[in-house]
Design a protein around this ligand. Structure first.
Ligand code: NAP
Length: 272
């Protein structure tokens, strides 16, 4: 989702040569191939959007999760250092345990609860260990036009269900990948370094998010509120993973728009 939107955005920049590396073109778990690809192209900037993002499957496919989310970033970081490229890496709100009663700051204590989150945090650490200068952007609850996401799942279910049960005690900030891509590009242009939190403004529960999707799309579907303890899934996820994005605003002047506005635009553009 995010990679495609970033490519689309960067290709509008006339003075920029953009090299796309899909999974087919480059497997980031193969150290020699990563090194060859990067030394062949000698980029100034590398943006890593690749990840194994199926949070539940990471619980059973632990080796794959570690390879893609931790070793991949390590190989990219090492090759970036070799050729002097700046590295931009995307990470997740799930590095936190969700027990905070306020939105998370960049320097807050991490405490990942799942295999996905643990491997993503290891990826962050490799980036920091290998590169003197790096940008790590943690984001949350992504939706975008080029992949599966919560919005699409809800719309698909609404097409054939009359009633759904959705959790009320898992809170976060839905974030449109097109908005995230723009913010990332501004952070890069301004030469920002370190860890930044970037998500659309505001937060909601999964239940509120689903209700909002159904209401704006005119679906008359009954949504039952349930607790996450009633919804059994393989991975443990943080209950409140809302990110504080003040550092982004202070450093760049960007204020992310509310998630509701971003979602409306996403839904309007869905069939373009
Ligand atoms: N989705 C969310 O809600 C969310 C929330 C917070 C943070 N994030 C982070 O944001 C970033 C972008 O997420 P996204 O949702 O846009 O991801 P996505 O749609 O799942 O895309 C991930 C991409 O990585 C590729 N990939 C997987 N294994 C690879 C490998 N070994 N080598 C090269 N490419 C590989 C996938 O290709 P295949 O499909 O062919 O495997 C896919 O194209 C990730 O770092 C993710 O952890 C996501």
């Amino acid at each position: 989702m995010l990679g495609t939107d970033i490519i689309k955005l960067l290709r509008k920049e006339r003075d920029l040569k953009v090299i796309k590396a899909t999974h087919e073109e480059l497997d980031i778990t193969l150290e020699d191939e990563v090194s060859d690809f990067i030394s062949r192209h000698t980029p100034d900037i590398i943006i890593n959007c690749a990840a194994y993002t199926n949070v539940d499957k990471c619980e059973t496919e632990r080796e794959k999760a570690f390879k893609v989310n931790a070793l991949g970033p390590k190989y990219i970081a090492s090759a970036a250092k070799e050729c002097g490229a700046r590295i931009i890496h995307v990470s997740t709100d799930f590095v936190f345990d969700g027990n905070s009663d306020r939105p998370y700051l960049e320097e807050d204590q991490t405490n990942p609860l799942s295999e996905y989150a643990r491997t993503k945090l290891e990826g962050e650490r490799y980036i920091q260990d290998y590169c003197d200068s790096f940008l790590i952007v943690r984001t949350s609850w992504l939706f975008g036009h080029h992949g599966t996401n919560f919005v699409e799942k809800m719309l698909e279910l609404a097409g054939h269900k009359k009633e759904l049960s959705i959790v009320t005690d898992e809170t976060g900030s839905p974030t449109y990948t097109a908005d995230l891509a723009e913010a990332l590009w501004v952070l890069i242009k301004k030469g920002c370094e370190g860890i930044f939190h970037v998500s659309n403004e505001g937060c909601c529960s999964r239940y509120e998010w689903a209700k909002y999707i159904f209401e704006t799309q005119g679906y008359n579907i009954k949504v039952n509120p349930i607790k996450s303890s009633q919804y059994k899934r393989p991975a443990i996820v943080p209950l409140n993973s809302t990110l504080n994005c003040q550092k982004l605003t202070t450093s760049t002047g960007i204020r992310m728009r509310p998630w509701e506005d971003a979602l409306k635009e996403y839904l309007e553009n869905k069939n373009d």
